[in-house]
Design a binder for this molecule. Structure first.
Ligand code: SF4
Length: 330
């Protein structure tokens, strides 16, 4: 039976955190068993905010290190840098011609970004979903791993692909969302999704000491103002994280918290130990890969070459469907 094709774009940052790991990366690794996977480090998408371009090259490599250390297998999957397959930009331009502006301005994240950065509402920001659609359908991917919050974006990608197909004939599959089972991981503030920009994250590549320092800042049950007051694990994010990193201790944590037999300080220390234990193999692999930058760059070069073969084929087909003239021979 033909395997489906997965595509996912990963924003490049100076290091992924445990929210990215549990929420996406573990899933990326598992998908390799059943799908042909294409994972793109989406550096062009990072340009919409233009905040960190001086670190962009470094961030691309850091992200590649995280993905490879987590278990992305370059023999089975394609891992490449978005801007190294520039066909995506041409396809995004073509898709832009069939995408009504109203579809883009109604996207909730666009409205939110306009509210947050009213001085930087650029063309790239409004066109973000078109580039995202081009990312996916350039490879005729049929499956996209998504969290619940990304479903509206995927629906828009499907609408754009559908519109192209209606206007120019069947060209692109409408990508299906594959809902990740991983829950949303809250940050150390216990309120917002874990995010580097909110400074509520636990970096994957942190040292064990840094990890403990970060975990000790976690907000717990706000009603537990004294060691002798019983806690409410169900409202405490430290407890939620124990589920992932100390699964065999969850009942003990619950029992001791609700009877005030344990304090939050020792509870957090135990969590930090669990995180450090669980991430030790990842951190070791990451350090080994970091010492082999030629290997990592080689993986990305090979990934771009393999992705380009598919991309060029799709683009020739799309141009032909639209009726653009093929390049003339000399
Ligand atoms: Fe949270 Fe643990 Fe404190 Fe209970 S003891 S409130 S689970 S940190």
């Amino acid at each position: 039976m033909k395997r489906g094709r997965v595509f996912s774009g990963i924003r490049c940052t100076s290091g992924q955190h445990i929210g990215n790991y549990l929420g996406a990366m573990v899933n990326y690794v598992a998908l390799q068993e059943d799908y042909d996977c294409i994972y793109s480090i989406v550096d062009i998408h990072s340009l919409t905010t233009l905040e960190e371009t001086d670190r962009l090259r470094q961030n691309v490599l850091e992200t590649a290190l995280d993905l490879l250390a987590a278990g992305i297998d370059p023999q089975r999957s394609i891992l490449y840098v978005q801007s190294h397959v520039p066909e995506v930009v041409e396809l995004a331009t073509l898709l832009g011609m069939v995408t009504p502006l109203g579809w883009l301005t109604r996207v909730p994240t666009f409205k939110e970004k306009v509210r947050m950065h009213p001085d930087n509402v650029n063309y790239g920001l409004v066109g973000y979903p078109v580039l995202m659609t081009a990312d996916i359908i350039l490879y005729k991917a049929d499956t996209v791993p998504v969290g619940e919050d990304q479903l509206p974006h995927l629906e828009l990608a499907r609408e754009i692909a559908r519109r192209f197909n209606r206007l120019f004939g069947d060209t692109f599959p409408e990508p299906q969302g594959k809902l990740s089972q991983a829950p949303m991981i809250l940050g150390l503030d216990g309120v917002n999704k874990m995010s580097k920009s909110l400074n509520n994250d636990i970096p994957l590549a942190a040292t064990p000491e840094e990890t403990e320092r970060r975990v000790m800042t976690a907000v717990t049950d706000p009603q537990r103002t004294h060691r002798h007051i019983p806690g409410r694990p169900e409202v405490c994010n430290v407890y939620s994280l124990h589920r992932f990193f100390n699964p065999d201790q969850v009942e003990v944590v619950y029992g001791e918290c609700t009877t005030a037999k344990r304090g939050c300080v020792e509870c957090k220390k135990q969590l930090a130990e669990g995180i450090n234990r669980a991430l030790a193999p990842f951190r070791q692999r990451r350090a080994e890969l970091a010492a082999r930058s030629d290997y990592v760059e080689g993986v990305l070069a090979d990934g771009a070459a393999r992705a380009s073969v598919i991309a060029r084929e799709t683009l020739v087909e799309a141009r032909d469907r639209i009726g653009l003239p093929a390049p003339y021979a000399h």
